[in-house]
Design a protein around this ligand. Structure first.
Ligand SMILES: Cc1cc2nc3c(=O)[nH]c(=O)nc-3n(C[C@H](O)[C@H](O)[C@H](O)COP(=O)(O)OP(=O)(O)OC[C@H]3O[C@@H](n4cnc5c(N)ncnc54)[C@H](O)[C@@H]3O)c2cc1C
Length: 505
């Protein structure tokens, strides 16, 4: 495995290691503060999510991948573990109705969903959402919902029939957080640190799988490589790149190559390998929005509650009057960042009117919303060569789709109309639309097709005409459903690995 492989700064890694050896009540507050650095919640604008106080998952990508971005929220990662080091760990499979343009069906992905979930682990409940989205796992972990989530859930359960009529389905979130299963199998301790990174490593990251692969042997990991291009011949593939630190040129030979650099990096590598300069390719995106909502009843003392801070609940809107596709909503209840946002918004008043701060904290929840890429803005990627120095730039330009705003407005209207049944009142004046790509649920620059043409791939992610080079990340998804991306990217990659390992042509 060739990887850029940037890692957390050693000093922060040492702090994380130290915290992981003790219980949260023993953590020195100054160490915790250090691991919370860099994420300044703002009332306007969505802050970049850091991990253990570091921005290393995003570091140096613009420079090494030669990116020039215009109005785009999507970023690339050169980290060991990529963005799985910093992700929200939400994992829901696709619905067949959202992937009608794919040459691969959900039943074909089913065994691979199962294999992936066995690898990552999943905490989830066998609730009504399972009728629409199978769990693909016999014994998921169980996480306690926060008291705010329980309050909302109680309201929704009471009005289940009405919500169904309104075509809103609800249930517990499904997150790749390891839940405890008795004293022998420790898991989440509800320390509330999820947004800053789990010192115990209970949130799945592909770093963990990499460590397992290294231990298993028959696998070699080579960090500090920046792959630039791949070239196929009759009996192999030549990979060219350079050393990330010394810039020394590097070349490798392989029988077969699987490209999984994330959509931006893989798109750049493929365009460069195809010498496809000045040929724009669209990257599809699932439009992201953030909608604060207020709980009907305040939950006291949330600041001191033991809870996990990733998504607690899901709402799925399957209403053709809103969208022909599933709209996916993730509910976040109190976490330290919400508390800091409230204090920041109140300014000095937070000190003088502490009861008002408590009132807001006790009620304020956040809904992260996603819509299908067919109704979202997109990003156009174009590889350019600078004639002066021969260097490449991958230009990423946002291309707005006005339908995205219309759909989001319909979603907000729908939620307002169902406020009583949902147990929360949406606050549309605080709605924020993410820039194209801000969901990080983006891909589709080289879509899989049954009969691929130029700039398309076959069912094994091979660009038209190639036999030994497989793109296996989001670049090859024909469209991006709203219902989270990574589980499906992993399942599809697993399918390709499986198929290409079995059939070796
Ligand atoms: C803040 C945040 C929250 C998210 N939350 C969720 C969520 O809750 N649910 C969900 O489904 N998705 C979520 N995502 C998206 C999810 O993280 C990505 O879908 C996932 O990480 C993609 O995995 P990947 O391996 O394809 O690419 P990446 O995670 O981008 O990893 C790319 C890998 O390739 C390497 N690489 C890249 N370019 C090169 C190169 N040229 N040479 C050598 N190596 C290279 C990098 O070092 C890295 O190891 C979130 C993303 C972010 C940023």
């Amino acid at each position: 495995m060739l990887d850029a492989g940037i890692q957390l700064e050693p000093e922060r890694a040492r702090l994380v290691q130290a915290l992981s050896q003790t219980t949260p009540d023993q953590w020195p507050p100054k160490d915790v503060q250090r691991l919370k650095e860099g994420m300044d919640p703002a009332v306007s604008g969505i802050p970049q999510k850091h991990i253990f106080g570091s921005d290393y998952p995003y570091r140096d990508a613009v420079q090494h991948l030669g990116l020039a971005c215009d109005g785009v929220g999507l970023e690339a990662s050169l980290a060991l573990g990529g963005f799985s080091t910093v992700w929200g760990a939400s994992m829901l499979p696709c619905r067949e109705g959202d992937v009608t343009d794919w040459p691969v069906s959900v039943p074909q992905l089913a065994p691979h969903y199962q294999a992936v979930l066995e690898l990552t682990g999943l905490s989830a409940e066998r609730d009504a959402l399972a009728d629409l989205f199978p769990l693909y796992l016999d014994a998921p972990g169980h996480l306690e919902a926060s008291r705010q989530a329980q309050a909302m859930l109680r309201a929704m359960d009471r009005h289940r029939a009405g919500l169904r009529k309104a075509k809103i389905h609800h249930g517990h979130a499904r997150v790749a957080i390891k839940a405890a299963r008795g004293p022998q199998e420790p898991g989440c301790v509800y320390c509330g640190m999820c947004m800053y990174g789990c010192p115990y490593g209970y949130i799945y990251s592909s770093e963990q799988t990499l460590a397992q692969l290294k231990r298993a042997g028959d696998f070699r990991y080579q960090p500090d490589v920046i792959v630039r291009a791949v070239q196929e011949s009759a009996d192999g593939v030549r990979i060219s790149g350079y050393h990330r630190l010394t810039r020394e040129p590097l070349e490798f030979e392989a029988e077969r190559v699987y490209l999984a650099g994330g959509v931006i990096a893989t798109t750049g590598i493929l365009l460069r390998s195809l010498q496809a300069y000045d040929r724009p390719v669209p990257i599809k995106d699932s439009q992201y929005f953030l909608l604060p909502v207020a709980l009907a009843k305040r939950i006291p003392n949330v600041r001191h509650e033991a809870l996990h801070a990733l998504s607690q609940l899901y709402l799925e809107i399957l209403d053709p009057k809103v969208s022909p596709y599933t709209v996916h909503l993730q509910v976040y209840t109190y976490n330290d960042l919400i508390g800091r946002t409230v204090s920041g918004a109140m300014g000095p008043l937070a000190k003088w009117l502490p009861f008002l701060a408590r009132e807001l904290e006790g009620r304020l929840l956040l809904i992260q919303g996603f819509i299908h890429s067919a109704e979202s803005s997109r990003i156009v990627a174009t590889l350019r060569k600078n004639p002066a120095d021969g260097k490449d730039t991958l230009l990423l330009q946002a291309e707005a789709n006005p339908t995205a705003k219309t759909v989001v407005r319909r979603v907000v209207r729908k939620l307002l109309g169902q406020a009583r049944r949902l147990g929360v009142v949406p606050l549309p004046m605080l709605l924020q639309m993410g820039k194209p790509g801000r969901s990080f649920h983006s891909g589709g620059s080289f879509p899989m097709r049954a009969n691929p043409g130029a700039f398309e791939t076959d069912l094994c992610g091979r660009p038209s005409g190639w036999r030994r080079i497989h793109a296996v990340d989001a670049s090859i998804l024909p469209s991006i459903p709203a219902t989270t991306i990574t589980l499906t990217v992993m399942a599809n990659a697993h399918r390709i690995g499986w198929d290409s390992g079995v059939t070796s042509d």
